[in-house]
Design a binder for this molecule. Structure first.
Ligand code: AMP
Length: 421
């Protein structure tokens, strides 16, 4: 038997109850905050990720699912490792910024990264997130964090931490980069292999290295080395979070793995997740839209991992909402009533009722067992006698009361049963 590929998951009906509850909550909260959905394709031109996610990131260097060009005119395509580049490309391509300068969009969909699979780390996983494009206002940074926290709370994730940082802007980051390189350069031989590679390519990533955490603790904090405008922005974000009642801490180690961030960066993690503790993260990316061919506008957003939210819910023992019980189960009292019974079931479904019947040719007793197991409120029984009189027998499964009525009346009776229970 061929098994599913490593790092993928099958979602079976039992798993999907919780999954769908989370998706409904996410959509409901985003809707309430005014974020509109965008749905870019699953794969994009590979260059899109080189240009936006960034050439020096782990994602682009090591983790992309890339389909090489076929034939001379074709491009190389990559299954999206994150949804931000596709979402922004889609808005630019549709000339959306000519219609309005400010957009709040959200997405929900699969992402693909060729990583070493482990708990909370898959090769195909699902992200939801937002992009708020067209504003440099710190309150929109606050809103993206607040909407993320509200989703977690409403899903039932009770234990999570919000940590924020600032990584400066194009004007001030260069000076801090050189300062860091100056301090780290002479001692880099004592750092791990990854850090050694990052000194020249992406020195900020050394700050979030777990292996060399002790050595980097003594470095000057980035929050004190950004320009006055970035400091004021960061202060306003903190004030906004406090005013909105979102608990947070400042963590100078957060730099995020992607190249495009400026100013605010943040992560929300859960102590229930083990080593892959991030539920999601994001931040501001003021140069990104312009660098992708769009207008010069500010932007901020986050991406969260659905599978990790589900692990946190499991740890918190949050039950999935129970499936809605069917209104009826239809029973053929004699084998030759089956065809007529099917038509009756279709007529009841057409009235908006939910219900099922047996497709395995089982005995009447076994059909009643199925009716019980399904949790249906009513059994609808049809045999030769009922067919002759053009009625169906409706049995209330709770008290056993039965009445024979025409199909139209049965539908009304069953619908009434639903509203009164
Ligand atoms: P990132 O943009 O890498 O910070 O990803 C945002 C969020 O997506 C993370 O915080 C995780 O919740 C989730 N995520 C990222 N990579 C994976 C993965 N390989 N498997 C499962 N979830 C992931």
């Amino acid at each position: 038997m061929i098994k599913r590929p490593d790092g993928t998951a099958d979602l079976l009906p039992d798993d999907l109850a919780q999954w769908n509850r989370v998706e409904r909550t996410v959509r409901e909260v985003f809707g309430r905050y005014g974020y509109l959905e965008v749905r870019p394709p699953l794969f994009e031109n590979t260059n899109l990720f080189y240009k936006s996610t960034g050439e020096t990131t782990d994602i682009v260097e090591k983790e992309m699912f890339t389909v090489p060009p076929r034939g001379e005119t074709s491009d190389s395509y990559t299954f999206r490792p994150e949804l931000t580049p596709g979402a922004i490309r889609a808005l630019i391509e549709a000339k959306s910024f000519a219609q309005q300068a400010f957009w709040k969009v959200f997405y929900w969909g699969s992402a693909f990264r060729y990583e070493r699979p482990q708990k909370g780390r898959l090769r195909q996983f699902t992200q939801f997130g937002v992009e708020a494009l067209g504003s440099e206002e710190p309150l929109i940074d606050v809103e993206t964090i607040a909407v993320f926290a509200e989703i977690l709370k409403l899903c039932g994730v009770t234990r999570y931490d919000v940590r924020i940082n600032t990584i400066g802007c194009a004007a001030c980051r260069g000076a801090f980069r050189e300062k860091l390189k100056g301090i780290l350069g002479p001692q880099i031989a004592t750092f791990c292999e990854n850090c050694r590679k990052r000194l020249d390519r992406n020195v900020f990533r050394i700050l979030d290295c777990k292996i060399d955490a002790e050595k980097t603790a003594a470095l000057p904090p980035i929050t004190e080395n950004v320009c006055e405008a970035c400091k004021a922005h960061f202060a306003a974000v903190q004030a906004g979070l406090t005013n909105s009642g979102v608990a947070f801490s400042v963590d100078p180690r957060i730099v995020r793995g992607l190249d495009y961030y400026t100013r605010t960066v943040y992560e929300i993690s859960s102590p229930d997740l083990g080593s892959q503790s991030a539920l999601g993260g994001g931040g501001r990316y003021d140069g990104l839209v312009e660098s992708m061919g769009g207008p010069k506008v500010g932007g901020v957003g986050f991406a969260a991992g659905v599978e990790r939210v589900l692990i946190a819910l499991d740890a918190a023992k949050v039950a999935a909402s129970p499936a809605a019980l069917p209104d009826f189960y239809a029973i053929a009292a004699t084998p030759d009533a089956r065809a007529a019974l099917f038509s009756i079931v279709q007529a009841l479904r057409a009235k908006g009722l939910s219900g099922d019947l047996d497709f395995e040719g089982r005995s009447v007793k076994a059909q009643f067992r199925s009716a019980n197991r399904s949790g249906a409120r009513f059994a609808v029984v049809v045999g030769g006698e009922e067919l002759a009189k053009q009625v169906v027998k409706v049995k209330n499964m709770a008290d056993g009361a039965e009445q024979a009525v025409p199909v139209e009346e049965a539908a009304a009776l069953i619908a009434r049963g639903r509203t009164t229970s």
